[in-house]
Design a protein around this ligand. Sequence first.
Ligand code: ATP
Length: 231
Amino acid sequence: MNVPVRPPSAFPPRRGSGLFASFGHAWAGLIHTVVHQRNMRVHLISGVLVGLVGSGIPLGLAEKVTLIFCVLLIFFAEILNSALEHLVDLAVQQFDEKARLTKDAAAAGVLVLALGTVVIFAAILVNYWETVRTSTGAIIRQVALGLPLTACVVALVLPQRRPFAVDVVALLAAFALLAVLSLETASMVFTALTGGLIFVAGAAARQRRREQLQAAHGTTDSPVSGNKKTG
Ligand SMILES: Nc1ncnc2c1ncn2[C@@H]1O[C@H](COP(=O)(O)OP(=O)(O)OP(=O)(O)O)[C@@H](O)[C@H]1O
């Protein structure tokens, strides 16, 4: 009896099944977006700044929830925008008016959210201006430790090649600065948000290094992992 031979799958084997595997794929999608989308890196750095402001000024619950929701919503929109870009590139390899309209509309969605967040952020700061004005010590501390922390996150997400030690030092320094800031934080939730974003930046630096090594050796993770660009 002839056993039908299956053609080789065009897709890489799944890294397993179940909840943990699904989480792994979603995590890979998040890190891929940070590595390859310049705008996502800008959102990540803005998220760190929002985290630093939120952990420096004692905000009300409504303001905290609104700011965190805005940050997450922008990430969500940028990830979806990136997914749509990939889908369009998969279907259309040449200039196409509908492809342009689809990509422009997806990018507009992110822009509207980002502008809305800036307005909300400004409105909250104006509303809390008296608190900001009288919290000079907290502001100085947030700026003195927060700016080097942000610089470490920027160093981690920059696409340029650099020695491995630079990434390690930047990651450790960012977490050390956050640990000092957390001693007098106004909100553990915002401190945790900043910590989570540092972790994502570290994972993106590791993934970028991996891809650069694979590119240097002419190997890729999977037959469908080609990227049209690295932003
Ligand atoms: N196949 C295409 N046909 C027509 N226009 C296109 C096509 N691909 C991209 N464009 C235009 O180029 C713009 C940038 O597309 P690209 O795929 O380079 O995304 P991008 O640089 O990551 O965009 P952004 O970061 O602004 O969201 C699109 O918004 C669209 O106007």
